[in-house]
Write a protein that binds this ligand. Structure first.
Ligand SMILES: O=C(O)CCC(=O)C(=O)O
Length: 259
């Protein structure tokens, strides 16, 4: 979709997002655009990843450099990804759902490698964000076919409307250090919606929306995606508290031998 098409449907997008806490847009990027993005991801992995700090590249298996599960801040390391995040329709989508100007906070590569990709624990992104008020959105772009077997995203519809966050606790999952230990209530189950997706499908969710994904049970197919985190310019970011948490986390992961 281009910016003009998005603007033409902005009312519907904003209404659906406000009601459910997420929106799914099939064909947000067409086949050629996805082929280009996938080629750029490959180039980035070959050329840039070897020189990135280890806390920005997580592997499912520390001894296997091909088992990449997450890369952070692609937009800060590379002009192609900077433009994808800052200049095109992805940013406009975030401006629509957040109802105003946004800051481009992070762009991540999310993979669940075949056979070893671990589940994404149920969580609310805002719990990690250190924002007041919690006005932020995460867009998630499928780079290849994604289904229940490879670990598609699930949302709990309407969960963004609850007061505050659900209690979170440390998980053992690299890349998702906080999860909701009491997830699975009758309400969670009744409102759970899974999103199998084709390459080019864009999901976008409110930072308070509970979401999770299964592990990758396929032994042949990976599950590649890009995540784009935007903060509303109306929110205040507590940089010091975020940096302190990140430093503690990196030290814990290093001492546990996970990075
Ligand atoms: O790709 C995944 O499994 C998780 C993505 C996620 O949690 C997010 O984009 O906020």
């Amino acid at each position: 979709m281009d910016v003009r098409q998005l603007d033409a449907t902005r009312g519907d997008i904003a209404r659906s997002y406000g009601e459910d806490g997420y929106v799914a847009l099939e064909g947000f990027f067409g086949r050629d655009a996805i082929a280009t993005i996938n080629a750029e991801v490959e180039r980035f992995i070959t050329e840039r990843v070897p020189s990135l700090p280890r806390e920005q590249v997580y592997l499912e298996n520390r001894d296997d450099p091909t088992s990449i599960k997450q890369i952070q801040k692609l937009h800060e390391h590379d002009p192609f990804f900077r433009a994808l995040m800052e200049e095109g329709p992805v940013r406009r989508l975030a401006e629509i759902v957040l109802d105003g100007p946004v800051t481009c906070r992070n762009m991540q590569f999310f993979n669940k490698p075949a056979g070893v990709g671990q589940p994404t624990p149920p969580h609310q992104d805002g719990y990690y964000f250190h924002l007041q008020p919690c006005l932020a959105a995460t867009a998630w772009l499928a780079l290849e076919p994604v289904d229940e077997e490879t670990g598609c995203i699930h949302y709990v519809r309407g969960s963004h409307k609850a007061e505050g966050f659900r209690p979170h606790a440390r998980t053992g999952t690299l890349g998702f250090s906080q999860g909701i230990p009491d997830f699975g209530t009758a309400d969670d189950r009744a409102n759970d919606v899974g999103f199998p997706a084709q390459p080019g499908t864009m999901l976008i969710h409110d930072a308070r929306t509970i979401h999770w994904a299964g592990g990758n049970r396929s032994t042949t197919r990976s599950r590649r995606a890009l995540g784009f985190i935007f903060y509303s310019e109306r929110a205040v970011f507590d940089e010091a508290s975020w940096a302190a948490y990140q430093a503690r986390l990196a030290a814990d992961l290093a001492s546990a031998g996970k990075i």
